[in-house]
Design a protein. Structure first.
Ligand SMILES: [Zn+2]
Ligand SMILES: [Zn+2]
Length: 487
């Protein structure tokens, strides 16, 4: 068996990579191909290849990383193609599901790498997600008789399959063909045996019965078994065919013993649907979050409406509400995401109650400064859909309000205290070549924890009230722009 597509350079294998590879070879895997994703990982990929005789790789820039493509990167790929361990240009392609790079950039980067493959007589490893039409159009235009390669993790329809086969491409299948809800049986059946290959796409796409766990090359046998079932052939026949196809496409210097002894010792578990209820979330939790966030920071702007409820202490039936609308507030936030659905924020926000000052009657002998609020907050945002471009959240936290009350009151008071914040909003995840930019729009309410007691003898409306109890909250539609630099 040859696992033609396994990202075993991924960080999730750092703990036990050697052991995981040993297990794959013990379980009948004869060779593994690691398609590189991004220039930063090329050295890591090559060091694994150099350590193991039967591990090979492709070199390329994945559509997710198309923004990282440059002339030096292209030169590096070309140089690396001379390394005997590099057997393909890949992983390259188009991915319109996660539009990490603009479509035209993805297409340009894809075409350039197709042309490198043609010039250096290398096969390509192609990634295609929600981009069938552009994919086939580009392949048709670029096919001059010299282009060869594989559409990996094939999950498109029959039309796409026929067009790819017409262009001479191989297709490889991964764990998703074993899923109960898979509609790929028909596609697998329609793929001729001299064009079919198997792969795990580790650490993603774990096949049944291990679905929900980290995927690794030893599980490639479950994909071979599923293809055998669909084609009504034996497991041995399928691994012979798929291995020969991989060996010739990637020109692997492998000597394959056609029918291996002792295959029956590999536990080919019958399609076991026990874990079918594991569903997508668990599989997703293993997949890399395309919008990974760690530490970010940036400015925020808000309009602060201060709402006060006044009660006459001696005559509690005397109540009134007043508000000071539209005071500009500005500040700065630092965010830390310990979990993908949790963003912790420490921030500072500053407001002056200009609205109140404007309406104040000057009182001789008292300063005409505005009330000043400086609020320090620690807030948690719980993100409902952290892997979406537009992600929604609810928030809650605690404030320390440094509050200096000046205007309209005879006496300056320091009314600093704790407050609580709560609210909701959404963020937009914008990946760029220099990190993630995340504009956040939210509506926050800050509730003061303690009520104040004052007198308002200078205000017409309240001058005959006694001691007045005031409870205050703040309504803050707020915009923050965070920058999460790349580490
Ligand atoms: Zn892929
Ligand atoms: Zn891949």
């Amino acid at each position: 068996m040859i696992d033609t597509h396994a990202h075993i350079d991924a960080d999730v294998f750092d703990e036990d990579r050697d052991q995981m590879i040993a297990q794959a070879f013990e379980n009948g895997v004869k060779a593994i191909i690691i398609p590189a994703i991004e220039p930063d990982r090329y050295d890591g990929v090559l060091s694994i290849c150099n350590q193991y005789e039967h591990i090979y790789c492709g070199m390329g820039v994945h559509p997710h990383n198309a923004n990282d493509y440059s002339a030096p990167v292209e030169d590096r790929i070309i140089t690396l193609l001379e390394n005997p361990k590099v057997r393909a240009v890949g992983e390259i392609g188009l991915d319109y599901y996660y539009d990490f790079a603009p479509k035209d950039v993805q297409q340009e980067v894809f075409r350039r790498q197709l042309n490198i493959a043609k010039s250096y007589d290398m096969p390509v490893i192609i990634h295609n997600r929600e981009s069938d039409d552009d994919m086939i159009e580009i392949l048709q235009e670029e096919q001059n008789g010299e282009l060869k390669g594989v559409l990996h993790c094939f999950s498109s329809d029959l039309t796409m399959l026929r067009k790819a086969l017409d262009l001479g491409f191989h297709v490889s299948f991964t764990g998703n063909i074993t899923y109960k809800k898979s509609i790929l049986d028909e596609i697998v059946r329609a793929t001729p045996l001299d064009k079919i290959m198997i792969e795990t796409d580790s650490p993603y796409m774990t096949p049944v019965p291990h679905r929900g766990k980290r995927n690794e090359p030893q599980f490639v046998r479950f994909i071979a078994q599923k293809i055998a079932d669909i084609h009504a052939l034996t497991f041995e026949e399928i691994i012979t065919m798929t291995s020969n196809n991989a060996k010739s496409l990637f020109r692997l210097p492998l000597f394959l013993i056609v029918f291996l002894f002792g295959l029956s010792t590999f536990p080919i578990i019958a399609q076991d649907d026990r874990n079918e209820e594991d569903t997508e979330e668990q599989v997703q939790s293993i997949e890399k979050n395309p919008y990974a966030r760690f530490i970010g920071f940036g400015p925020s702007l808000a309009t602060n409406t201060i709402v006060e409820t006044l009660t006459d202490i001696d005559r509690p039936e005397r109540r009134d509400t007043r508000s000071w609308d539209g005071n500009p507030a500005f500040g700065f936030s630092v965010a830390y995401n310990p979990l993908e659905f949790l963003m912790l924020e420490g921030g500072i926000l500053h407001t002056r109650n200009n609205a109140k000052l404007k309406n104040a009657l000057p009182v001789p002998g008292t300063p005409t400064d505005p009330d000043v609020y400086t609020v320090f907050n620690i807030t948690a945002r719980a993100i409902a859909n952290p892997r979406s471009k537009v992600a929604f959240f609810a928030l809650g936290g605690i404030n320390f309000q440094s509050k200096r009350i000046h205007s309209t009151n005879v006496l300056f008071t320091d009314d600093s205290q704790l407050a609580f914040n709560a609210g909701a909003g959404f963020m937009v995840n914008i990946p760029t070549s220099f990190g993630m930019i995340i504009p956040i729009a939210e509506w926050r309410l800050d509730f003061e924890s303690k009520n104040d007691t004052i007198n308002l003898p200078n205000e017409q409306k309240y001058k005959d009230w006694g001691d007045i109890e005031i409870s205050t909250f703040y309504s803050l539609p707020r915009l923050t722009i965070l920058w999460y630099p790349k580490f």
